[in-house]
Design a binder for this molecule. Structure first.
Ligand code: FCB
Length: 490
């Protein structure tokens, strides 16, 4: 059983995103040594060959996800402009080992064989992101036709292979030129985002039917603007909420631009949701859980689906940030422009004690912020349906990093990933059975890739990438997943 390396404590390796204070973090090995409950408390078999006998609805879509900066490489090729992640990763001390996305998984050059691989894995859907500075090197204005052509080829190649493209417009790689103008602290960035959306929908709107505006605005706010662990590396809570409002505005304007360019499309944001549990049954812990839920979930769900920021959270923000002054008349109407689909990304639950401190209650993966709790996915999905109505849901990310290595016979065995995926799929299945309109699932990730501040130290793919020679080796989980797709079940 693989052991999880201890959480490193150098500046850049502060636990990403949730900044969990890992009280007594158990290892994933502990979890995986025993059985996992994933489906109504039923014990799960541990071997990859076993099935749970659960079948998904007929039209359920199976896919995998990636993002541009994490896989493409070719950072300076064919007219691509720099993004904030180029700047950030080239700044000493920001990314583990000094890794950058300069080459990444070299997908820009290997896209065709990567598409063949997706077809071999029998994926029905592929969620990827467009590199904004590849298409608009300055973030606005002049279009880089070579960049646009790359995505045209990619989309055509997917469709030729019968794979549906799910396109994310912004997966964190803001053009550096726009950062230089203020980035998300500037309201103008939201307008430039809408212009960029228009360029894309004009080029691809006849072939792309599902568009996702922003990937995880919460992560940008917390990790990019509060903790400074992600680009642009700022540490200022007050300004982080200004960035948040502009991100949400960009989402709304983006929905409108996409809708104007393609009336048939399905459009939505990709939100990382968590379920916030009180760590004990004290009324204080419950109140803290409700409070933290505001910052983790309602701050992003409410403006989009209810047209208002949650009052309790906004009150608290107002005490530390001039963010409300940035909300113009009509902004919330824009942000709540109707969407067709909500993309949900689930990795971990959150536990909060009576003091509002985060605590760890479950084994974590190699990513110290990731407590493994499959039932949390059930709770997230059912909660959205209960509180926000029957909006169609699509899981666009869910996965786990494991310490994968190529064995002497050239294979990569990742039983822990299979256990993780199966238990989460069981939870998703249970949510569907209980009435959640969940339409599909995308594993994070198709390929091992550049995991942001962790560089190449964490392998999240179902396909192993040898970063020395760019060889791809489908892991055992990829073969397992193909069988899941074939039988439409686990
Ligand atoms: C998500 C990101 C994705 C990847 C996974 C592990 O928050 O959207 O790019 O880093 O986490």
């Amino acid at each position: 059983m693989p052991l999880v390396p201890p959480h490193r404590t150098a500046g850049w390796s502060l636990s990403r995103r949730t900044l969990l204070r890992t009280a007594g973090a158990a290892s994933m090995a502990g979890l995986l040594g025993s059985s996992v409950t994933g489906c109504g408390g039923a014990e799960e078999p541990q071997s990859g060959a076993d099935t749970l006998g659960l079948t998904f609805p007929e039209n359920f879509t199976w896919g995998a996800a990636t993002s541009a900066y994490q896989i493409e490489g070719a950072a300076t090729e064919d007219g691509r402009g720099p993004s904030i992640w180029d700047t950030f990763s080239h700044t000493p001390g920001r990314v583990r080992g000094g890794d950058t996305g300069d080459v990444a998984a070299d997908h820009y050059h290997r896209w065709e064989s990567d598409l063949d691989l997706m077809a071999e894995l029998e994926l029905a859907s592929y969620r990827f992101s467009i590199s904004w500075p590849r298409v608009l090197p300055e973030g606005r204005g002049q279009i880089n036709q070579a960049g646009l052509d790359f995505y045209q080829r990619l989309v055509d190649g997917l469709l030729e292979r019968g794979i549906t493209p799910v396109v994310t417009l912004f997966h964190w790689d803001l053009p550096q030129a726009l950062e230089d103008l203020g980035g998300w602290l500037s309201r103008d960035t939201a307008g430039y985002f809408a212009d960029y959306a228009t360029v894309l929908v004009e080029a691809l709107g006849d072939r792309v039917s599902t568009w996702l505006t922003l990937n995880e605005p919460k992560t940008v706010v917390i990790v990019g603007y509060q903790a400074g662990i992600h680009a642009p590396g700022r540490r200022d809570r007050a300004e982080s909420y200004i960035a948040m409002h502009h991100l949400m505005l960009a989402h709304g304007l983006g929905v409108q631009a996409l809708r104007a360019g393609s009336s048939q499309s399905r459009i939505g944001p990709a939100l990382n949701l968590t379920v916030v549990y009180p760590a004990d049954d004290s009324p204080e812990a419950e109140a803290q859980a409700e409070r933290v839920d505001g910052f983790e979930n309602r701050l992003y769900l409410d403006p989009v689906l209810r047209g208002a920021y949650p009052e309790d959270t906004l009150d608290e923000i107002t005490q530390i940030s001039p963010m409300v002054d940035q909300i113009h008349d009509g902004d919330l109407e824009v942000i709540s422009t109707p969407i067709d689909v909500l993309a949900v990304q689930y990795y971990n639950p959150t536990y909060v004690d009576a003091n509002g401190e985060r605590v760890t209650r479950h084994p974590t993966s190699e990513a110290s912020w990731q407590q493994i709790h499959p039932d949390g996915l059930y709770d997230v999905l059912t909660r959205v349906t209960r509180d926000y109505g029957d909006i169609p849901l699509l899981i666009t990310e869910n996965g786990v990093p494991t310490p994968d290595a190529v064995t002497a016979d050239g294979t990569v065995d990742d039983p822990d990933r299979i256990t993780f995926l199966r238990s989460h799929l069981a939870a998703a299945h249970r949510a569907i059975a209980d009435g959640v309109p969940l339409e599909g699932y995308h594993v994070w990730s198709l390929l091992d890739n550049f995991e942001w501040a962790e560089g190449y130290s964490q392998r999240w793919g179902i396909v192993y990438v040898d970063f020395d020679d760019q060889r791809r080796i489908p892991k055992a989980s990829a073969e397992w997943y193909r069988d899941v797709i074939r039988r439409n079940g686990i």
